[in-house]
Write a protein of this length. Structure first.
Length: 578
């Protein structure tokens, strides 16, 4: 197809050469693994070979489905956001000789690119109908030549396994980002949407708000009526919360009885309070479950605003969580704003010493297992502060410890107590105790510990990025003392590649936002054990295990366990089935 719309002999030769290349690639099995970049690369070659300005593979019957357009390429610019494929409904190939003669001329893509001819080549993969669409800026005068028909048949044959695998991959990703109980976005999807909204806010000089919604006293419903009724109630509550928000606003379930909404601020922060009030009002009518039981529900909401209350998605979520606890402490069933003033509210006083530690704190242990064998290879030590009204969130007492200059003493005390309490059980097992360290800390270096069980000190990548030289020196000293050392949130934080190499780490932890083959591959290049965190579902476990990580941690493996339960967990058992 030349610029005039017919195929000159020179271009026909290009088609034949490209056809031969496709055959060679198919024979060598290059297309055995599906990646959108491979499909995009094929389309770019097709467009170049046929002098087309636009190439697209999409669903033939999209009906507004966001997943309809699989991939598209445009020569000389970014791909437009509107798919052409849905314009085609015929089961046979169709050529629009001149778009000016048909209604298709008004299509946004056609108008934007000035396309005058369109080819629709339909094909099927399993139960889904696709269309290969090509567009030219010159009218075409003839239909398909024989060489082109052979070319497209081979192209479809090459694309079929790619599209099959891409669809399977999309299903796995969708499952990994969806809360199985309510069908809402889960924590990982919420953070991903929040990150995108923050990027858009930076671009448009706007703001994004997070509303952290925690149900009040929901545990009593589970205790009184059972978890089946509780799950039914949570599904109803999820629908009510979603009904309040606009279509483009994200509402998801963080876990348990905690929900979250992400809202772009368009009319000033006053609208946030109105949204919070509407969310609270949506819960006022009694919840009615199938057996006829009726009970009320209420929630406390914390509101944080980007960029005022934090610079990362995790920081904003944490700020909204703190605000929610402030609302719950002041008066349940209301909301509170996180602000510069609120961030410095009076923190509870805590006492950090060996004599009172056991009265205030308990240590929990979350197992870390081998991705290959399922055997336990480590456990993260998670302190919990016991208050009269129940467990205090870690971020609250850690912030209090920082404010009162006690965080170093707390880190060291947690390390010593965890090692002391587990040494007898873990001796000889080589199961590592993972302990978080929040800043360079001489108390850690002075802790007299045996090397059995091994202790793995975790530093967050964001922390190290703020003081790379200080952390390089400190981690070097820790390793000299016999500690293992690693980074959590690997892939976050702006750490220079040279600094990462100097750290000489034993392991890294990657959160859900960093679950990607390039990050895993780079960590292995640094000779680090790679631990995937936040593995929350069976689908998560299956997907991330095949990406090459070495170990897994998260609720799909085990929740944080009290000491006695953790020791029971270590009782010899069959390897996990993954």
């Amino acid at each position: 197809m030349g610029s005039s719309g017919d195929i000159p002999s020179a271009n026909e030769e290009r088609v034949r050469l490209h056809l031969q290349r496709l055959k060679a690639l198919r024979e060598t099995g290059v297309f055995a693994e599906s990646h959108l970049d491979q499909i995009r690369g094929m389309l770019a070659d097709v467009a170049e070979s046929l002098n087309a300005q636009y190439a697209e593979i999409g669903n033939a019957h999209s009906n507004g489905n966001d997943d309809a357009c699989v991939v598209r390429v445009t020569r000389g610019g970014d791909a437009p956001q509107n798919a052409i494929a849905s314009q085609h409904t015929s089961p046979k190939p169709r050529l629009v000789f001149d778009t000016q003669d048909e209604d298709v001329a008004s299509h946004p893509v056609v108008a934007r690119l000035g396309l005058r001819s369109l080819l629709f080549w339909p094909f099927e993969v399993d139960d889904r109908a696709y269309v290969l669409s090509l567009g030219w800026k010159e009218p075409r005068r003839t239909f398909m030549e024989e060489s082109e028909r052979e070319y497209f048949d081979l192209l479809v044959a090459s694309l079929t396994p790619l599209l099959r695998a891409q669809r399977r991959q999309s299903a796995i990703i969708a499952q990994a980002s969806t809360d199985p109980l309510t069908g809402m976005p889960n924590r990982a999807a919420i953070l991903e949407n929040l990150s995108r909204a923050m990027y858009a806010a930076d671009r448009d000089h706007g703001q994004v708000a997070v509303l952290y919604i925690d149900l009040d006293g929901f545990k009593r419903i589970n205790d009184k009526y059972g978890h089946a009724v509780g799950d039914t109630a949570l599904r109803q509550i999820a629908k009510r919360l979603q009904s309040v928000l606009r279509k483009h606003e994200v509402c998801g379930r963080l876990g348990g009885d905690e929900f979250c909404a992400v809202i772009s601020i368009t009319e000033g922060e006053e609208e946030l309070e109105l949204v919070a009030l509407r969310l609270l009002e949506s819960l006022q009518d009694p919840i009615v479950v199938p057996d006829g039981a009726r009970f009320g529900a209420s929630a406390s909401i914390g509101i944080a605003v980007y960029p005022r209350d934090g610079r990362s998605a995790e920081e904003i979520l944490t700020a909204s969580d703190r605000a929610m606890y402030r609302a719950k402490a002041e008066r349940r069933g209301t909301y509170a704003l996180a602000s510069a003033r609120a961030a410095h509210i009076e923190r509870p006083l805590i006492s950090i010493d060996a004599e009172t530690f056991h009265k205030q704190f308990v240590l929990c242990y979350q197992p870390i297992v081998s991705a290959r064998t399922g055997q336990t290879i480590g456990a993260e030590v998670l302190p919990r502060w016991l208050k009269r009204e129940g467990m205090c969130p870690p971020e609250v007492f850690l912030e209090a410890a920082r404010d009162q200059g006690l965080v170093n003493a707390l880190d060291a005390l947690i390390l010593r107590r965890a090692h002391e309490h587990t040494a007898r059980v873990l001796q000889g097992s080589r199961i590592a105790l993972h302990v978080n360290v929040y800043e360079p800390n001489d108390d850690i270096l002075n802790a007299a510990l045996s090397v059995d069980p091994p202790v793995a000190l975790e530093f967050s990548a964001e922390q190290v990025a703020t003081q790379p030289d200080a952390y390089c020196d400190f981690i070097r000293e820790c390793r000299a003392k016999g500690f293992l050392a690693g980074l959590s949130h690997f892939g976050c934080g702006d750490i220079a590649l040279g600094t990462l190499a100097q750290l000489n780490l034993d392991f890294v932890k990657i959160g859900r936002n960093e679950w990607s083959p390039p990050i895993i591959e780079y960590a292995h290049h640094l000779r680090c054990l790679v631990i995937a965190e936040h593995v929350e579902t069976a689908a998560d476990r299956q997907w991330i295990s095949i990406q090459g990580v070495d170990a897994l941690q998260g609720f799909a493996i085990a929740s944080p366990l009290a000491e006695r339960d953790f020791f029971a967990w270590l009782t010899p058992r069959a390897p996990a089935p993954w």
